[in-house]
Design a protein around this ligand. Structure first.
Ligand code: HPA
Ligand code: ZN
Length: 333
């Protein structure tokens, strides 16, 4: 099955580019920027990755980004991910970035986006992997800062396909960002947001995301299964769910494999993604293998997961169809 998964044309829709910063690149960027890391080796960095919930992960995630300072740093970060993803036959990715994690420490918005954008263009021509950017707001900052970030993004509107919401969910419900999301929709952005797993008020947050914000997709969203009316709302609207099994295993009590099985059986558009692969030790290939092992997935299940993913991408219909045809050819092969 590992071989079948390797060859499978894949699509990744829940991937934080800052969460792909591997310890090796962290050292390289620290050296380039004259920053002293409080670690002596790659092994020491990895050993410090101990987290058991979302806040403990986020602390290490934000600390790690301090080495990202210049446009070439962001280019190298994105290029390293795209190379890795292409090697796993990821054909298309929608990539989150957290501009406020950089502007809040003095790195200008345009440095971040120009570096990322240049990597996407080069990766498409050199590696044949296509990608688009989703700009995430940090939900533990004020809504006014998110709005200012949205306005700052407008000169780059054509480089960003949609907006998302991430960081610490506790006490930061979707409705806090209602005005920001309304403006984002007016500007033509597509809308998604994290409804992280096993949070305080998870089901209420999913309800708000769907009914009050009107999202086009839900990131994670596993707890929707606890409320039949949410399952119905997701099905009725055809909303995709970007689930991240290995990540779930780090920040909650399990990979939530059984929940993914139920979502597949219910015909929901559930997908498998890596979230922050440098921190959770698994890219999309490893996530699919871990899930296939846990659930004894069939080839049809795996093809269905990727069909769901290509179907819910924010690509024009003809490109979706081209990727789906590639997937069908592989499944038939
Ligand atoms: N949840 C919330 N914030 C994040 C995540 C996540 O899974 N990854 C990076 N920032
Ligand atoms: Zn995430």
């Amino acid at each position: 099955m590992t071989d079948f998964i390797e060859g499978l044309p894949k699509c990744e829709l829940h991937l934080h580019i800052e969460g792909t910063l591997e310890p090796e690149l962290k050292f390289e960027l620290a050296g380039r920027n004259g920053i002293d890391l409080p670690y002596a080796s790659v092994e020491e960095i990895r050993a410090a990755y101990s987290f058991d919930d979302l806040p403990s992960f986020l602390k290490i995630y934000y600390e790690g980004m301090d080495v990202l300072r210049t446009e070439p740093d962001f280019y190298d970060l994105a290029m390293a991910y795209l190379r890795k993803a292409a090697s796993q036959n990821v054909r298309y990715a929608e990539i989150f970035f957290d501009p406020q994690a950089h502007t809040s420490r003095g790195v200008p918005f345009d440095i971040v986006i120009r570096g990322l954008r240049r990597a996407l263009i080069d990766a498409e021509s050199r590696l044949g992997i296509r990608a688009q950017l989703i700009m995430c707001f940090l939900r533990d900052f004020q809504a006014e800062y998110a709005m200012a970030t949205l306005l700052e993004s407008l000169p780059y509107r054509e480089w960003i396909v949609g907006v998302g919401l991430d960081s610490d969910e506790k006490g930061n419900p979707p409705v806090k960002f209602k005005a920001v999301y309304e403006r984002a929709r007016q500007e033509g952005y597509l809308l998604t947001m994290h409804c992280d797993v096993d949070q305080e008020n998870s089901t209420e947050h999913i309800r708000q995301a769907i009914e009050e914000i009107g999202v086009n997709r839900v990131d994670h969203g596993v707890n929707a299964l606890e409320d039949p009316s949410l399952v119905e709302a997701i099905r009725e609207r055809g909303l995709g769910l970007t689930v991240c099994p290995i990540s779930n295993g780090y920040v909650t009590d399990s990979m939530k494999a059984d929940a993914i099985r139920r979502m597949l059986d219910l015909g929901l558009r559930v997908t498998v993604n890596s979230d922050d692969p440098a921190y959770f030790a698994g890219y999309v290939q490893e996530n699919l293998v871990a899930l296939a092992d846990a659930l004894d997935l069939s080839r049809e299940d795996l093809v269905q997961l990727e069909r769901n993913a290509f179907e819910i991408t924010w690509l024009p219909r003809h490109l979706k169809d081209a990727y789906l045809a590639e997937l069908d050819a592989y499944a038939a092969g």
